[in-house]
Write a protein that binds this ligand. Structure first.
Ligand code: PLP
Length: 384
């Protein structure tokens, strides 16, 4: 049972959805890959969308209350004080990132990222004509991860490096970087003169026991220079509504975003839905976080029981479980075996970089019953 505010996550109703998650594979496959949750949208979001439709209010977007709504949420929930004028709507986080990268770096510039990491960090930036410079996260013996600051510094110092794109909370590791790590990052970027972009899209979904540190709250003179990206799309499960948020820490950074307003037009529906989410749908967010938190523990029990060869450390944020399947002996892409033999679709570990070989990512933003089903299918795939 999930909290009724999140819907019932019944497979019958989910199969009627036409989103990427539910239309990529045939009906005999359980999808647990792309980062959308199975929960129903918050009532406040449905209400605002219906009202816009009824009013025929489907024109071009106006920023409206977005700056104030995000500043209120950031202050109340994240301890982050923001000037609403420095909040900008963007169609989605990667479009915002790509536009800023093109504005502040030269073609051919190196962009530092920390793989294993969200696959579009590689290909979207390459499509802008930039090069990827890897500062990998090797992982500790116990399956935990820390930022490798030496690797970051080496990457920042490489000739032609033009920017650093940091993911916090990190996808797929679910790691929330510490204030000390972030301060060190601010300091390194400052010393090497490298601008920083921070993708904080998963921050609203930080789980109990962890604390997300918004980059702009880091006590370093350079921290406010960073471009920070957020969204209601993950937290409130509305990626189809196409509205992300870019936060500039300085007027100069704000001017870069302002100038690109046309390339960064969000969806009008998305802007209103985001305002409704940030202001009025906080109980829904709390219910989603509580469910995902319970799911992280449930998954540990299920894996230990049914697929003991998989190593898993519960994430500190969000609904993505990074599964170390190397001991299963099923090759670089365990998701292929789970899909082919178990009919469950996980995200492919190698898509997150070479460090993802032997891993797969499982989406646990759903009801416990579907997580159990996914794990059962994984277990079935391994029976020879
Ligand atoms: C780290 C990260 N950034 C950006 C995105 C893209 O989100 P959106 O297109 O909703 O802005 C995702 C989606 O999974 C993500 O995990």
């Amino acid at each position: 049972m999930v909290d009724p505010i999140l819907g019932d996550c019944s497979l019958d109703s989910l199969r009627n959805r036409t989103s990427f998650k539910w239309r990529t594979y045939p009906d005999d496959v359980l999808p647990a890959f792309v980062a959308e949750m199975d929960f129903d949208p918050a009532p406040e979001i449905k209400q605002v969308i219906r009202a816009l439709l009824d009013a025929g209010d489907l024109g071009y977007p106006h920023k409206g209350e977005l700056g104030d709504a995000f500043a209120e949420f950031a202050s109340d929930r994240l301890g982050w004080e923001i000037d609403p004028d420095l909040v900008f709507p963007v169609p989605d986080v990667m479009t915002g990132v790509a536009e800023v990268i093109q504005a502040i770096t030269e073609p051919g510039a190196g962009i530092v990222i920390n793989p294993p990491v969200y696959a579009p960090f590689f290909f979207r930036l390459e499509l802008t004509g930039r090069r990827i410079v890897e500062a990998p996260l090797p992982g500790n013996q116990d399956g935990s991860y820390d930022l490798d600051l030496d690797a970051v510094d080496r990457a920042l110092m490489k000739p032609g490096t033009g920017a650093y794109l940091l993911c916090n909370p990190h996808n797929p590791l679910g790691r929330v970087w510490s204030r000390d790590e972030l301060t060190a990052v601010a300091d390194l970027c400052d010393r090497r003169g490298i601008p920083l972009l921070v993708d904080e899209i998963h921050a609203p979904l930080v789980l109990p026991g962890a604390r997300h540190v918004p980059f702009h709250t880091v006590e370093h003179p350079a921290a406010r220079q960073a471009f920070v990206f957020s969204s209601a799309s993950k937290g409130w499960n509305i990626p189809g509504l196409k509205c992300g948020i870019a936060v500039a820490g300085t007027a100069a950074a704000g001017a870069i975003l302002e100038e690109r307003w046309e390339a960064l037009l969000a969806s009008h529906l998305g802007v209103h839905a985001t305002v409704a989410a940030l202001r009025h749908a906080r109980p829904w967010l709390d219910a989603a976080v509580a469910q995902v938190d319970a799911n992280t523990r449930e998954l540990a029990v299920l894996l230990a029981e049914r697929v003991p060869g998989v190593r898993y450390r519960p994430p500190q944020a969000s609904f993505l479980a990074w599964l170390d399947c190397r001991e299963l002996g099923v090759g670089d892409d365990p998701s292929a075996v789970f899909l082919e033999r178990g009919k469950v679709a996980l995200s492919l570990g190698p898509h997150f970089g070479t460090q993802g070989r032997g891993f797969a990512r499982l989406n646990i933003g759903t009801a416990p019953a579907l997580i159990a089903e996914a794990v059962d299918r994984m277990a079935a795939a391994l029976v020879r």
